[in-house]
Design a protein around this ligand. Sequence first.
Ligand code: AMP
Length: 189
Amino acid sequence: MNLILFGPPAAGKGTQAKRLVEEHGYVQLSTGDMLRAARASGSELGNRVARIMDEGGLVSDDIVIDLIDEQLANHKDAPGFIFDGFPRTVGQAQALDNLLQSRGMQVDCVIRLVVDETQLIQRVTKRFEEEGRKDDNPDTFAARLEKYNQDTAPLLPFYAERGILREVDGMASIEEVTNGVEKALKETA
Ligand code: AMP
């Protein structure tokens, strides 16, 4: 089972992905986590993407596609993949199709966490205070949300047309969202 957890920043994708990893042993592929790790290691890639990330922009498709390609190759025996924060553009979505197809796989399910954007601001303010993630500050978060609406939300019809898009209320409790995600997966299987 290969699924995409879809939704704006701070919708709860990472939290749900970790639960799916525990429950099903799927491999979580979060491009945001990979890029943060690259920055923390002080690598050339990390330095190249730092400014874009701090401004709430999107790093280039080529960079994140390469990261995903590398991780797919590193986890050949995975029972499934959870794509978290990827794809974020039409180009990335097409590349993902190609990467999976070349390995005899496909995107089986796209689970959209439906959230109220105004309430997201409160969620992120809390996360900013607790975790101190620089790009969670209100100005940068507004830029990230705008990027989502401009570049990422247009992918929804792309997956809806294939009949693999499921929606879950992302404003419910973490437990309820998990139940919704599991239900969506059962309906897909
Ligand atoms: P996230 O943790 O998924 O919100 O990602 C944090 C930041 O990393 C984003 O605001 C982007 O600057 C960058 N990023 C993560 N994933 C992608 C992606 N798929 N495409 C482009 N930029 C990304």
